[in-house]
Design a binder for this molecule. Structure first.
Ligand code: IVH
Length: 668
């Protein structure tokens, strides 16, 4: 393909992919499969790689780019982001209607919209292009989070059509859909990390991240409901929403125009229960005067517009009996108390269990067995006990004792911050099984022929206790197991055999080292090209890697200093699993292995390269960069102004100095 043809194809693919995104996110009517989309996207990525200067500004590949930020700048809103008057009562809603009628001297139609429970955001578009995104902040001034907002796939970077105002400010709500949130939390728990509290906090926390790549991974979404422009030509809210859709903004489709309040009440009541069926959280209904001219006439107070009000749903609560408390041991050994409740109907489902999180929570609530308790379903997915229902006057008598020993293996429990842990990980059945389940998971070794039940069976039969045991399984032993035929046995063996080509970073994740989730495993694999390098890395080596803090580094070091774990690695290695990075999927010809196994510290100012550039060169050539000198450092790459303490330490540790030009020769 020549350059002209490439440009042609790049333009066509960019347009086509943006169109598919629009159909998917805004119209909710995709016409191709995700797979077909990915196929086109990878074609575009390939062409852009070959002809980078032809990459279009609105290319779907261009959402995330650049370095992580150091911090956020702040900026003023063009017009203040007001809040809304709130009410929980119908009579106050009638008062609102009366006020509106009195001020206008007549009735006026309303539009009721869902009140999305997310984070407010204000976007500025100039000539159809997204130029700035600001959080609400104090209403007048917020943080500039443009890079993060670009990482949200449903938010348009370039508007469709051409009839948009030259400059406009659009407001809406960023949120996460519940299935996505639950998936992320499931993964966190699997990795021994604490779950995110609720979708709203998650969304607002995500916008404050300094790394847009991570924002992208989090799969946020957005709905827009307002825009300001210098001179408004708009008739009403419905017209505005329709325009917004045509220009490519995702808009929540559930709204209802109403000439009178009774219809609004009907909308409110129907969504009170229907909201359970949405895949995102709402916390109420916003009632707005539809006409822009009428809004103008009504104006606003210092805090909120007079033309709108939020009717908020009360959090749903029910009262029921606490029957007993189970203590569950998770994969990481954390012991969680779980309440067994007399079944109670709450927000569309029957609730029988609720998490009690930890001992502190039981103490905070002052809970006893047989108490009547309030159960709530708020933003959180798992219902929680929010207090004791004292209205009946009866209280439970029996105190709840947190066990001193593991309910599964009887090892003594240890408290670390808020949680109790069983540290007998190698012999504690739920931890062993949990590790096996983690090992076979899709994102790990992807052994889908080994389900939870099969693993339990293998465990009970004593055939498999540790991941390495899986690779010793024989056809005969397998096929004689209950409910297992020759065919399923063969499937398992085939799966195990195929898992030998699972790449190093996923094998690393599969090992189930505490705090080493998918992303961390990826980072570690990138910096320590083989498990041997990782196993011998010091705390300092580890913390010099992007995103690896002390907590993670300590877990990694302690995991590799355990001889039983090292034995597992040896056995898995002998079984043929991948324990080093293959660079075949890195076609970048600038890469080499010239610095493989060498560790560098970079200090000072250089003539021909920025310091960060040198660091990335070292990594591109297979070397490692540490932040401070140790006896594992091979070279101190020093420029002018290198820190005197570093030079001294290098001398003391016998670490040779390397100049910029010597370094260049090394990688030439
Ligand atoms: S209209 C002048 N419409 O609720 C404010 N707000 O409690 C106009 N919200 O700050 C806001 N869904 O972040 C409006 N359909 C909707 C909304 C909505 C959620 C948020 C918004 C606002 C907050 C007020």
């Amino acid at each position: 393909m020549n350059e002209e043809q490439a440009l042609h194809r790049i333009l066509a693919l960019t347009r086509e992919l943006n169109d598919h995104n629009y159909r998917y996110y805004v119209l909710d009517r995709p016409i191709i499969s995700d797979q077909q989309f990915d196929h086109l996207l990878s074609e575009l990525t390939g062409l852009e790689h070959g002809w980078p200067h032809h990459t279009q500004p609105d290319s779907p590949t261009r959402r995330v780019g650049g370095e992580p930020l150091e911090g956020f700048e702040s900026a003023n809103h063009a017009t203040p982001m007001l809040s809304l008057g709130n009410t929980y009562s119908e009579s106050e809603l009638r008062d609102f209607d009366q006020r509106v009628q009195k001020l206008l001297g007549r009735t006026t139609p309303y539009l009721a919209e869902l009140k999305i429970d997310g984070v407010a955001i204000s976007l500025t578009y100039e000539n159809g292009e997204l130029v700035q995104a600001i959080t609400r902040g104090d209403g007048n001034r917020g943080d500039v989070v443009t890079a993060n907002i670009r990482a949200i796939p449903s938010i348009p970077i370039q508007l469709r059509g051409n009839d948009w105002p030259a400059k406009m400010e659009v407001r809406g709500e960023v949120f996460i859909r519940r299935p996505k949130f639950e998936e992320l939390n499931r993964r966190r728990l699997e990795n021994g990390e604490e779950a995110y509290a609720n979708p709203r906090n998650f969304a607002s926390g995500s916008l404050k991240l300094l790394d847009a790549m991570e924002v992208k991974r989090r799969g946020l979404d957005a709905y827009f409901y307002a825009w300001n422009q210098e001179k408004s030509t708009l008739g009403d809210q419905e017209e505005m929403l329709n325009n917004a859709i045509n220009w490519g903004f995702p808009v929540c489709s559930h709204n209802s125009g109403a000439g009178n309040l009774e219809l609004i009440f009907r909308f409110i009541h129907s969504w009170q229960t229907k909201r359970e069926s949405l895949d995102f959280d709402i916390d109420g209904i916003v009632v707005k005067v539809n006409s822009y001219a009428d809004r103008e006439e009504l104006g606003h107070t210092a805090k909120a517009p007079r033309w709108a009000i939020a009717y908020k749903y009360k959090t749903q609560a029910a009262s029921t009996h606490l029957i007993s408390v189970d203590f569950q041991v998770g994969r990481t050994g954390a012991v969680t108390p779980v309440a067994n409740l007399a079944p109670v109907w709450l927000g569309g489902t029957t609730v029988k269990r609720a998490s009690l999180y930890n001992e502190g929570e039981i103490e905070r609530l002052g809970l006893r067995l047989n108490d009547r308790v309030w159960v709530e379903k708020g933003g959180e997915i798992i219902p929680k006990i929010t207090g004791i229902d004292t209205s009946t006057g009866e209280r439970g008598r029996e105190a709840i004792h947190f066990p001193q020993t593991c309910p599964s293996c009887a090892a003594p429990l240890q408290r670390l911050e808020a949680l109790h842990y069983c540290f007998n990980s190698k012999n504690c059945p739920p931890q062993q099984l949990g590790l096996l389940e983690h090992f076979v998971a899709r994102k790990a070794m992807d052994l889908n022929s080994l389900g939870k039940e099969t693993l339990e069976l293998l465990w009970q039969q004593g055939l498999v206790r540790k991941p390495a045991d899986l690779y010793d399984l024989q056809h005969d032993a397998l096929s004689t197991l209950e409910r297992m035929g020759k065919k399923s046995a063969q499937l398992i063996l085939d799966g195990l055999s195929a898992s030998r080509s699972v790449p190093y970073q996923r094998v690393l994740f599969a090992l189930g080292i505490r705090h080493v989730g998918e992303t961390i495993a990826k980072n570690l694999a990138k910096h320590f090209n083989s498990i041997d390098l990782l196993a011998s890395a010091s705390l300092q080596d580890l913390t010099s890697v992007h995103d690896i803090g002390e907590k993670i580094a300590e877990q990694v070091v302690s995991w590799f200093s355990d001889s039983e774990n090292m034995l597992q690695i040896e056995r898995l290695k002998r079984s043929g699993l991948q324990f080093s990075a293959v660079s075949e999927n890195e076609p970048d010809s600038n890469r080499s292995q010239k610095l493989m196994g060498l560790s560098f510290v970079v200090s000072g100012v250089f003539e021909r390269h920025e310091r960060e550039e040198l660091k990335s060169l070292i990594e591109q050539h297979g070397g490692r960069v540490a932040s401070s000198l140790s006896n594992k450092t091979n070279y101190l790459l020093s420029g002018s102004d290198a820190g005197p303490s570093k030079l001294e330490k290098a001398k003391a540790l016998n670490v040779p100095l390397l100049s910029e030009s010597e370094f260049e020769q090394l990688i030439a």
